[in-house]
Ligand binder design. Structure first.
Ligand code: GLN
Length: 485
């Protein structure tokens, strides 16, 4: 049955609908593959076998009754920062060890309602803070293309699971690049929707003005189908948008003819790995061959993106993480005074990167420094957003690299947080501006590591990302390459 795991979501859906196999068989094939590959990859914090088989059974009943819902009976992996009722959710933090949420995140609930089968909760950097999963409080996930390398982060568990075909699709979250960067490192597709397109209800907060739920898939159509199911307004999240969600699969097939494509001149600077630059340039040429009208644009404030992001994200994190004090949330370490209890709970429960961010954020928000750091960062954020507004007056989408290099070695950047932060240089701007973006495979470097192409589109124009990505994917087939495991 293991060959079932080689199917894309779209292929598996056809097989389920025709009755070639059942959801229980499909789910069992994935569970077997997880069992075989997990010792090597370590993508999952928790494999929810019983839950999966029970959901698969009820999906089979719906299938037998003639239900043709597109995601019915299809397995999915869920990043462990999205809450799941009655199933442990830890954000890969020791402080949340044993936390059983009383409710399910809206994005996950929508997948359950659509009949999807959750295989398990995936590893991440603690509270989604990181770019490699090395900040997980439990273990580091391996890149399926080279197990000595990181899968990217923070949604590295979800990305590695999809890349190694331990799940056909997965949910992740993206605050500064956490679905796009690991998708690029693992050679798969990921979409970060517009801020507010998908409900954040049940997404355990890192930086609330930047957080978004994203989707991983092996190709554009699978990714689009899952976003279709989770997008839309949610009364439980006051920042979720009331806008209509178009039919992505119809929009996706419209081709590139006449599409105006912008290439930011700031994106091809020093520090970009030459093979990444070459692959992205080749992809841009391919867009032109396919009928797009390519021109240069400028995003002049991109150079301030990392500093702006790491001030705003840490400031929001320091206030969001105040709730883990052992009283409201967090595994309590009892001491004789309240103060000592707080100190022991937070001191032992959080890892060093989370502590670093709480300290940086508290500093940026403190009364003597607020104007110089937090307030200034907010102003620069507005400039970064205006860069996109201006560029999108001239072009329909923006193309560039997702990351400055391919996947780095485990341990290579752990002693140098700034080096680690710089791997987000091309991704944080979309979160600061609130626009949507997608990463898809566009080649390999000379060590056989995948390279990601990033597409940006304006506010709520996810359909354009899929349209551009699909046309490119059909012409190039990079997405059909899989790691040998
Ligand atoms: N790598 C970035 C960070 O560490 C982004 C993380 C994310 O998007 N969750 O903040």
């Amino acid at each position: 049955m293991t060959t079932l795991t080689a199917l894309s979501l779209t292929e598996a859906r056809a097989g389920l609908q025709k009755g070639d196999f059942t959801s229980v068989e499909l789910t069992q094939a994935y569970l077997d593959r997880i069992h075989a590959l997990e010792p090597k990859i370590q993508a999952f914090l928790n494999v929810t076998t019983d839950h999966a088989l029970a959901s698969a059974k009820s999906a089979d009943q719906r299938l037998q009754q003639g239900d043709t819902s597109p995601l019915l009976g299809i397995p999915v992996a869920i990043k462990d920062v999205l809450t799941t009722k009655d199933i442990e959710t830890t954000c890969a933090s020791k402080i949340l060890k044993g936390y059983i949420p009383p409710y399910t995140a809206t994005s996950v609930q929508k997948l359950f309602d659509a009949g999807m089968v959750m295989l398990g909760k995936t590893n991440t950097d603690e509270f989604a803070m990181g770019s490699s999963t090395e900040n997980s409080g439990y273990f580091t996930t391996r890149n399926p293309w080279d197990v000595e390398r990181v899968p990217g982060g923070s949604s590295g568990g979800s990305a590695a699971a999809v890349a190694s075909q331990m799940a056909p699709v997965a949910l992740g979250t993206d605050t500064g690049g956490s679905v796009r960067q690991p998708a690029a490192y693992c050679g798969i597709v990921a979409v970060k929707p517009t801020y507010g397109r998908v409900s954040r209800y049940g997404l355990i907060a890192f930086a609330s003005s930047l957080d978004s739920v994203g989707v991983f898939g092996q190709n554009i159509e699978d990714t689009a189908l899952v976003l279709q199911a989770i997008a839309g307004h949610d009364p439980c999240d006051s920042t979720s948008l009331l806008a209509e969600v178009p039919d992505y699969l119809t929009e996706m097939r419209k081709g590139l003819e006449g599409m105006r494509v912008g290439v930011p001149k700031e994106y091809f600077a020093d520090g970009l790995q030459p093979e990444v630059a070459a692959a992205v340039r080749a992809a841009i040429d391919q867009f032109e061959t396919l009928g797009a009208d390519v021109r240069e644009v400028s995003l002049p404030n991109s150079e301030h993106a990392i500093s702006t992001y790491y001030l705003i994200a840490t400031a929001e994190a320091s206030s969001n993480l105040a709730r883990y004090d052992g009283v409201r949330y967090g595994a309590r370490k009892n001491e004789s005074t309240l103060w000592d209890t707080y100190r022991a709970t937070r001191g032992q429960g959080f890892g060093s990167e989370v502590k670093r961010r709480i300290m940086l954020g508290t500093y940026a928000l403190s009364s003597g420094y607020y104007d110089a750091y937090y307030l200034k960062a907010q102003k620069v954020r507005t400039l970064i957003k205006s860069d996109f507004d201006r560029a999108f007056e001239e072009v329909d989408i923006i193309l560039g690299p997702t990351t400055p290099s391919t996947a780095f070695k485990i341990g290579e950047k752990t002693d140098d947080p700034l080096e680690m932060y710089l791997s987000d240089i091309f991704t944080v701007t979309a979160n600061l501006a609130g626009v949507c973006a997608l990463s898809l495979p566009c080649g390999f470097d000379n060590q056989g590591l995948p390279i990601g192409l990033q597409i940006h589109a304006p506010f709520l124009q996810e359909a354009r990302l899929f349209r551009a990505g699909y046309a490119y994917q059909q012409a190039t087939k990079w997405h059909q390459q899989h790691p040998t495991l």
